[in-house]
Every structure is written in C-alpha cells, then in structure tokens.
Design a protein around this ligand. Structure first.
Ligand code: NAD
Ligand code: MG
Length: 391
C-alpha cells in the first residue's frame, strides 16, 4: 500500500491521479490533497476520498471547504507552508507534484528533501530550479518519476537498473510534439486566435496554462529543458519531432541505429500509473491502442518562425543560470495576460524574448537566486505589457 500526497488535486493531472487511486484501492491510499481555490471540486474530492488533510491556497477557500465538509474527519489548512508540510509528512510514500507553474516549486522541493518518491508533472519547478533540483534529488536519494508523457516515454525507452532509467549509448532523444491547435495556421491566422481556441487541444484535455503553452510550443520548450535536466543531455542532443496523432509519446535513438518508441492512446493515466507503480505496471482502463484505427503516423519538423518559443527555451538553456527561471516567469505572466484577453497570442513569444534579453542572469547558487530571478522577470513582463512596449 502506497500513501499518496496529491498536490494540485483539483486539476487535470489531479483528476487522472484520483481516477487511478479509485481504480486500485488495494495499492493506493490518498493521505493528503492540496489545491489553490477550487472549492467546489475539493469538496467533491473530500466526500469521495476522505483524505486526512486538505490544504487550500488561501484562508477563505480553506474555510469554505471545511464548512462544506462538516462531519468528515479531515484536517484543513491553507498556504504554501502547509503544502510543504503535507508533502514532507512522514506517513507519505509518494508525492504527485501536479500544481501548475512556479507555485509548485517549494512543495516539490520539500517532498524531495523528505525523500519521497516524486511523480513530477510540475515541469516548471524543474525548469526553473534545474541543477539545484537535480542535486537535491541525488542528495536525498529520491526516485524521480517523470509524469510528463514525453519524458515518461523516454524513461520507458531507456535501459533501467533498480534505481531507474540509465542513459547508455544514446545517439539522440526524439521529443515528440503534437504541434497544438495552430499547427497548420498561417502567421496571419495566429494573430487573431482567442483563448478558447488556444485551450482546445486536438489530442489532450489539460489545464488552461499548459494548453496555451502547447499552442505556442512553449510547452515543448519547457519540455526540452525538462529533458535536459532529467536525462543529462543538452538541447543539441534532442530533436523535436512534430507528430500530430500523439500516439508515439517520444523516442530514443541509439548509437547502433535502433530507435525505441513508446506508444499508446493519449491519456495521462498511463504515465501517472507507470510513475506510481514502477517497476510494476497496473491496469488503467485506457483504451488499448488500435493501430488499424490509427492507420498512419506522421512526422515533420517544427516551424521555428511561427513558434519562436522553442528556440527561446534552447537559448535559455545555453545561457544557463537563472535564464530559464526568467523565461518561465515571463511566460507565466504573458499566458495569464493572453487568457485575460489583454494581449494577443503572438505577443506571448515577443514578451518572452524581450524578458529573456533584458533580465540579468546570475548563477542558481541557492533557491533565493531562483526566486529573485522569477520576481524580476515577472516585473519586467508586467512592465512590457502595461506599456505595450512589445508592439
Ligand atoms: P490545472 O490547471 O488543471 O490544475 C492545476 C492545479 O494546481 C489545480 O489543482 C490548482 O488548484 C493547483 N494550483 C494552482 N496554483 C496553485 C497554487 N498557487 N498553490 C497550490 N495549488 C495551486 O493544470 P494541469 O493541466 O493539471 O497541469 C498541472 C501541471 O502538470 C503543470 O505543471 C503542467 O505543465 C503539468 N502537466 C500537465 C499535463 C496534462 O495533461 N494536464 C501533462 C503534462 C504535464
Ligand atoms: Mg508533455
């Protein structure tokens, strides 16, 4: 029996994780959950799963959930420190890090420092804290399971020992990308797209932030950096391959000419279940892949002109230090502004580029450096948006 702490329980990854916990009550026990302000959804979760502890983002949300759960024996708390505390709780075996954005960094690090098995969906924490994050993983001897479907696929395609995946005789990593909803749009069409269009992903149902990232290919940029940290490679060792069907979730090309791919219908329950049960596998109720129904798989190169975020991410990696935290912060601000209809879709990459260029870079010597860079880049992005300096 594995005791689970689920951070980001009310989101898309949270919901898939809860589905798996419900399917395998003999293997998983939900101890604690955290979310920001989705009161209604959290109340449903409390009644269905009766966790021991619930943490919400603020006091008001905490009180609202607690009031709707009178009679259930649950402890209610709020705030970032409480999230770190449930993630580090001695009783917990696995922490599912599924908070969206930089906001997930502190609790993910707390879980690492408590030696938990980490199921990492929150790619922004690894992208921003990078070396520091990986050093802590090594120091605390943590099993780090990537939940991002591509990285989970790469993990599955690599040879493994009892500690996890090992990189051996790898020629290249082939990171697949669906291309998002605007894959075939012209630049002119992309100028006018709405948040609703951006959030309608062709193959995956996800939260709004990652859906916009998918549409702008910033998601692939973040994933490029994520793969560099996870598998000790650099952007030049990775080829992004646009694959609109999202059946191949990524591949590893070996020195001998072999390419190993991981395939399946696009459903996050597969990588989450793999992370929760590795080295075992369990059923997920995901429809088995029917290759006759799929019938064809297409692959093409990404268009760097229409999707400059991909290049910006590679640039940030090579600049190093806090550049990745700055780029991520700029993107979080820009995506939020786009979702609020304050800027156009193509402005996201312009803001990201400006901030990356204009923000001072320093080494990631400690967590304070990451927070400082994040803060500076957010402010810079807001200034650019307020003064419309990107037009
Ligand atoms: P989502 O928007 O559906 O859910 C986000 C969750 O985080 C919610 O529970 C929300 O309450 C919580 N949250 C937001 N801000 C918070 C804060 N300040 N403090 C505490 N909790 C907070 O997002 P999602 O699609 O589930 O994505 C979650 C993470 O997983 C992201 O980092 C994303 O990049 C990654 N990811 C998602 C998918 C997917 O298919 N959805 C795939 C790969 C990776
Ligand atoms: Mg992914």
């Amino acid at each position: 029996m594995q005791n689970i702490c689920l951070l980001g329980a009310t989101g898309s990854i949270g919901t898939s994780t809860l589905d798996l916990i419900r399917q395998h009550p003999d293997r998983f026990n939900l101890v604690s959950v955290a979310a920001n302000t989705s009161v209604e959804r959290m109340v449903e979760i409390c009644h269905a799963f009766k966790p021991e502890t619930v943490v919400m983002g603020d006091e008001k949300s905490r009180d609202a959930v607690a009031e709707a759960c009178l009679g259930l024996s649950i402890q209610f708390d709020f705030g970032a420190d409480a999230m770190s505390a449930v993630a580090a709780d001695a009783k917990v075996d696995q922490v599912v890090a599924a908070i969206v954005g930089f906001a997930g960094l502190t609790s993910t690090l707390a879980a690492i420092r408590a030696g938990k098995r980490i199921l990492l969906a929150n790619k922004e924490s690894l992208v921003t804290a990078g070396q520091l994050f990986m050093d802590e993983v090594a120091k605390y001897n943590v099993t780090l399971m990537p939940i991002d479907s591509e990285h989970n696929a790469i993990y599955q395609c690599l040879p493994q020992n009892e500690r996890g995946a090992v990189k051996r005789s790898v020629e290249k990593i082939l990171l697949t990308a669906s291309g998002g909803p605007f894959r075939d749009f012209s630049y002119e069409q992309m100028l006018a797209v709405t948040p609703e269009q951006a959030c309608k992903h062709p193959n995956w149902s996800m939260g709004r932030k990652i859906s916009v990232d998918s549409a702008s290919m910033m998601n692939k940029g973040l994933e490029l950096i994520e793969a560099c940290w996870l598998f000790a490679v650099e952007p030049d060792d990775i080829e992004v391959v646009v694959h609109p069907q999202s059946i191949v979730h990524s591949m590893v090309s070996y020195d001998d000419g072999s390419v190993i791919a991981q395939m399946g219908n696009p459903d996050m329950k597969v990588p989450i279940a793999y992370g929760m049960t590795w080295p075992d596998r369990v059923t997920t109720q995901v429809k088995p892949l029917d290759l006759f129904e799929v019938s064809r798989l297409d692959f093409s190169q990404p268009d760097m002109e229409r999707f400059p975020n991909l290049q910006l991410a590679a640039d940030a990696w090579y600049i190093g230090g806090t550049a990745m935290a700055s780029l991520n912060a700029a993107n979080e601000i820009a995506v939020d502004a786009f979702l609020k209809n304050n800027i156009g879709f193509l402005d996201i990459a312009k803001i990201n580029s400006e901030v990356l260029e204009q923000t001072a870079v320093f080494p990631v010597s400690d967590l304070d450096a990451v927070f400082e860079a994040d803060n500076m880049a957010r402010q810079k992005a807001k200034d650019i948006i307020n003064t419309k300096a990107f037009l």
